[in-house]
Design a protein around this ligand. Structure first.
Ligand code: HMG
Ligand code: MG
Length: 299
């Protein structure tokens, strides 16, 4: 078994983490938190999303936040974009990388972005093409890879169909989402066995939610297949508003604790990370769900 020496962590807490939080965090607090995240050694932060504010009220301040943060030239600042309208705002806010998103199952796609998969694909094609013309790289999220809250099992063929299209349109990386945290290591292994033969491993990220406590086990399984990019959310913040019962992403602090103890480097400073976690915890006025923060809070 050969694990990668280095792993890239993509921090999605300011977007995936906050999008499900009911307590409205003021834009300036988000800016302060993202600025602190920028000090931790992270190389990638997804800062917000440019979606309809009616759907995700917490991120309705996206332009203000994206314009307000201090930019570290060594960090890629990304944002989620569903369509041309969102792309225009992301470009206005000088976002470095655009993340498009869609699901591999019909019903989740419909609930999340109000379109069938076949009606979504041309939108993706346009957005990816326009982003490229504006000099932006594009990441593609594919959701419900390991199961859909409405349809149950999702086959690898359904996932590959969407990934193939997005790569053809020009994404530089796919992020494979276990949106509702149903995957088991065996399912991850069976999926990756096929996926690594189909796609370049350096263009595949895994995005695990920890709804059933399986996220770290699934990361470990993915490392066995050579995956080197993982999305995570500081303190385990998060969920998906259109995936009932979904809880947060795998916690960045727990993930880093595991990786560093396995001798895998991330470039992230654990102490600075915990400082940033305690900042967002104080804004939310509730304990964060990660194990590292449970230890921190008990001290
Ligand atoms: P729609 O209602 O079908 O949009 O929503 P529309 O094109 O019919 O337009 C309706 C109105 O929305 C119009 O305004 C548009 O201008 C406006 P009106 O003329 O009525 O005043 N509009 C917008 N406003 C602001 N920003 C925009 C935008 N687009 C249209 N970008 C839409 C379609 C996609 C916009 C909507 O369904 C939406 O915003 N969905 C977002 C849902 C979302 O953010 N979900 C959570 C993120 S996905 C996730 O968490 C999974 C992930 O983490 C991976 C994983 O875990 O698997 C990524
Ligand atoms: Mg997610």
């Amino acid at each position: 078994m050969i694990w990668p020496e280095n792993v890239t962590i993509k921090e999605v807490g300011p977007r995936d983490g906050l999008q499900n939080e009911k307590v409205m965090i003021p834009a300036q607090s988000k800016i302060d938190w993202i600025d602190q995240l920028s000090e931790t050694g992270l190389s990638y932060i997804e800062v917000t999303s440019f979606v309809h504010p009616k759907w995700i009220p917490q991120l309705s301040d996206s332009i203000e936040v994206a314009k307000g943060i201090k930019r570290n030239p060594d960090i890629t600042y990304a944002a989620l974009v569903p369509n041309q309208r969102g792309l225009e705002s992301a470009i206005e806010a000088n976002i470095d990388e655009i993340s498009v998103f869609m699901s591999s199952s019909e019903t989740h796609n419909l609930k999340n972005i109000n379109k069938s998969i076949s009606d979504t694909l041309p939108v993706m094609k346009d957005v990816i093409g326009s982003a490229a013309k504006s000099g932006k790289t594009v990441r593609g999220y594919v959701s419900t890879v390991f199961g859909c809250p409405y349809e149950g099992q999702v086959s690898p063929e359904q996932v590959f169909r969407v990934c193939d299209q997005l790569f053809e349109y020009g994404i530089n990386e796919v992020s494979l989402g276990d949106t509702i945290g149903v995957a088991s290591p065996r399912q991850v292994a069976l999926f990756l066995e096929r996926a690594v033969k189909r796609y370049d491993i350096s263009k595949m990220a895994l995005h695990f939610h920890d709804t059933r406590g399986m996220a770290l086990a699934n990361v470990l399984q993915s490392l066995d297949y050579g995956v080197e990019i993982f999305d995570s959310s500081l303190g385990g913040l998060g969920g998906c508003p259109y995936a009932p019962g979904a809880s947060g992403n795998v916690a960045t602090d727990d993930l880093i604790h595991m990786l560093h103890n396995m001798g895998i480097q991330t470039g992230i400073n654990q102490e600075k990370l915990i400082k940033a976690a305690s900042m967002i915890q104080s804004f939310l006025e509730k304990p964060l769900p990660s194990h590292q923060m449970a230890v921190y809070n008990a001290q």
